[in-house]
Ligand binder design. Structure first.
Ligand SMILES: NC(=O)c1ccc[n+]([C@@H]2O[C@H](COP(=O)([O-])OP(=O)(O)OC[C@H]3O[C@@H](n4cnc5c(N)ncnc54)[C@H](O)[C@@H]3O)[C@@H](O)[C@H]2O)c1
Ligand SMILES: O=C(O)C[C@H](O)C(=O)O
Length: 329
């Protein structure tokens, strides 16, 4: 019997990540090769024409799993019955804009979207926030959706995780598939902490295999944490295909599970683990099974890691205070 299509809403659908993402969702890479999808695209009114153009191209791919496409500029329509909500569209920082202005502008996007998810999404909705500042935008959306279980709101640090895998593979001469148990902690920002102390490269402890703490502190961590800025500098635009790829990875892992013996990184509401204040949407090492994620428990955190996790968590706490002061949560 054919399966009922899963409804996937993508906001910012006419943007550059949207353009890289939609075709991968429609081809079955987000949820699996046997799962039909119905796409709902949300855009601002002036970008509806561009979204229509992308929808025409999706039609022209004749994807067997794509059961339909709806386009709207109304969040109440776009999130109607949605099972997976990918919140990509956000207000970028422009010249002269202060951090508070950016948070406020994004509040104007993520608060109504959270409310629309609350009022119209399917009971099993899962939300991934990609639009920056992703962790705090997820917090804003979550606060506007009190009827949706809080743990369904997540933010993306999988791109950082994938970046760290590649950098570590380059350094050690291993392949990315030789590496397991890497972690991104904290915020999707330059304060994030990519942690290799529990990682393994071809079965050996990664930190021991590298044996060079100064490489970790002075090269690996800043390269991963500032990679987004380096891409903007090189491309003249922020990462798009790799961000879309990470969004696909994040949802695919959440729904289909982590491989035995490995984990991934997701920014999720803290339960207080590892000294991260409860409720902050912070990146943790997680395993996923049966559509549910779980923070990897009982990892020993050394001093090198502790100070870096704390710094990123401090930034998240400040962002939470700022949006609280603006009445956004
Ligand atoms: N978390 C991550 O790892 C990561 C990585 C890369 C980019 N990003 C962020 O993702 C976001 C999108 O990036 P992009 O390159 O696609 O940007 P983009 O500017 O190309 O596209 C954004 C789109 O969002 C739309 N939009 C704006 N407000 C909207 C609203 N209220 N509802 C629906 N759509 C709306 C715009 O019209 C635009 O088409 C940015 O905030 C970027 O910083 C996050
Ligand atoms: O859009 C950005 O500011 C950078 C982006 O979050 C990235 O990590 O590539």
């Amino acid at each position: 019997m054919p399966r009922t299509p899963v409804t996937v809403t993508v906001t910012g659908a006419a943007g550059q990540i949207g353009y890289a993402l939609l075709f991968r969702i429609a081809s079955g890479q987000l949820l699996g090769p046997d799962v039909p999808v119905r796409l709902r695209l949300l855009e601002i009114t002036p970008a509806l024409g561009a979204a229509e153009g992308t929808a025409m191209e999706l039609d022209d791919c004749a994807f067997p799993l794509l059961s339909g496409i709806d386009i709207s500029d109304d969040p109440n329509v776009a999130f109607d019955g949605t099972n997976v909500a990918l919140l990509v569209g956000a207000r970028p920082r422009t010249k002269g804009m202060e951090r508070g202005d950016l948070l406020e502008a994004n509040g104007g996007i993520f608060k109504p979207q959270g409310k629309a998810i609350n009022d119209h999404a399917a009971d099993d909705v899962r939300v991934l926030v990609v639009g920056n500042p992703a962790n705090t935008n997820a917090l804003i959306a979550q606060a506007a959706a009190p009827d949706v279980p809080a743990e369904r709101f997540t933010a993306m640090t999988r791109l950082d995780h994938n970046r760290a895998l590649s950098q570590l593979a380059k350094k050690t001469g291993a392949t990315v598939s030789d590496i397991r148990r890497l972690t991104i902690w904290g915020n999707h920002s330059a304060t994030q902490y990519p942690d290799v102390f529990h990682a393994e490269v071809a079965g050996k402890n990664a930190a021991e295999a590298i044996g060079d703490e100064s490489w970790l502190a002075d090269e690996f961590i800043p390269t991963v944490a500032k990679r987004g800025a380096a891409i903007i500098e090189a491309r003249g635009a922020s990462s798009a295909a790799s961000a879309a790829n990470a969004a696909v990875d994040h949802v695919h892992t959440w729904v289909n599970g982590t491989p035995e013996g490995d984990w991934t990184s997701m920014a999720i509401p803290s339960d207080g683990s590892y000294g991260v204040p409860e409720g902050l949407i912070s990146s943790f090492p997680v395993t996923c099974a049966d559509g549910v994620y779980r923070i990897v428990p009982d990892l020993e955190i050394n001093d090198f890691s502790r100070v870096r996790i704390d710094a990123s968590v401090r930034e998240l706490t400040e962002e939470r205070e700022a949006v609280r002061a603006l009445g956004l949560i």
